[in-house]
Design a protein around this ligand. Sequence first.
Ligand code: PLP
Length: 453
Amino acid sequence: MNPQQLLEKSKKYMWLPFTQMSDYEQNPLIIESGEGVIVKDVFGKEYLDANSSLWLNVHGHRKKELDDAIKKQLDLIAHSTLLGAANVPSIKLAEKLIEIAPEGLTRVFYSDNGATAVEIAVKMAYQYWQNKGVNEKTKFVTLSNGYHGDTVGSMSVGSIELYHKVYTSLLFDSLVIPFPSIYRHSSMDGQVVRNESLQSLRKLLEKQHSEIAGMMVEPMLQGAGGMNVMPKGYLKGVEALCREFNILLIVDEVATGFGRTGKMFAVEHEGVRPDLMTVAKGITGGYLPVAATLASEEIYEAFYGEYEEMKTFFHGHSYTGNQLGCAAGLANLEIFEKEGLVQQAMEKADLISELFEGLKELEHVGDIRQCGMMCGIELVKDRATKELFPFELRVGYQSTLKMRELGMLTRPLGDVIVFMPPLAATHNQLKEMVSILKQGIVWATTEYARVNR
Ligand SMILES: *Cc1c(COP(=O)(O)O)cnc(C)c1O
């Protein structure tokens, strides 16, 4: 099939995720290969992978150690079921995960993507209380603009109007408290925002803790909701309230895990110890669909007993614990150790914030948010009033199209431009990326916005 035929057929047969297909028809893109932080389309045009192929990729594409680990596993077996049986790489990866996970997490339950890992955490938390005979603890607390995946359960503990509104009557109710957004708060003072938000959580828990099973939170940085960074001390405050009112703390590290924030896991920034933790995206270095829900021994034990006691966790997926994926996961963590990648990520995060200095002066950059190598740049029509550009103008989308033209890929969240390069990106590559980022933003917020006003 030549590139032109591929284009036609992609438009004829495909239905892409999170994509308005009329947009795709106008701006199709077909990736064929990749090397390091560069991906190449079928016409041979190269792009810097500035969002890590949607927040997944860690070491760049075609990383030799990962390629080799998968090939080696392929010579043994590709997949066998984890239902009632274990397999070799899944055991080794589980041990490694527990070794690097926050203290108190002792058990690994595999699945195959972030949404399923969250779904599992929600069901575990729910059944935990049921198994203990605490039948009224059935609800979940979540933060506004939280994102935990797209299945019905994970949407129910999420809170993004654009994605979730149409399904409202299909979802179970969660208790939503406002995310402590510094930029959108009149004080713009982290401490004030933190205290206010923790106070509202305390009020809610005082009233309803007896019916609450757990609190679901994206630690330190809320991803899909707009790359929103929590004020310092907020997560620690949430943990303290969860303990005080005896509800489970579930942290969703699907996006933030594996070095992305400058720590192996984001909870480490504040020494937080969750009861349940979900991981996915970076777990295989962005190679294969593996996810895991990590649980404390206390939770595990509530499910343990004789079959007749009806405590079993009846949940699983066909590809749970896939051997190729777990082999990649294991190799991924070995590279982390060998290359001191978490430390590197921290240093690169400093370089990124230096490079961002050149964005601050731009007329339409309202806010720059960053936690390690996870960054969001919020574009606004008016910096003084924080007024947004009109929705129809799609300034964020337009600026990323311009970046694509200039040889860099990322996707916006509304008018927040996501910048989340692979941890392996070099200093020079980061410089080049931020330069393209700037050009795309400038073009869309000035020339484009003026002509299409
Ligand atoms: C991406 C994401 C998910 C969903 O993961 P999928 O693998 O896309 O299902 C869940 N939670 C967070 C925080 C995410 O960023």
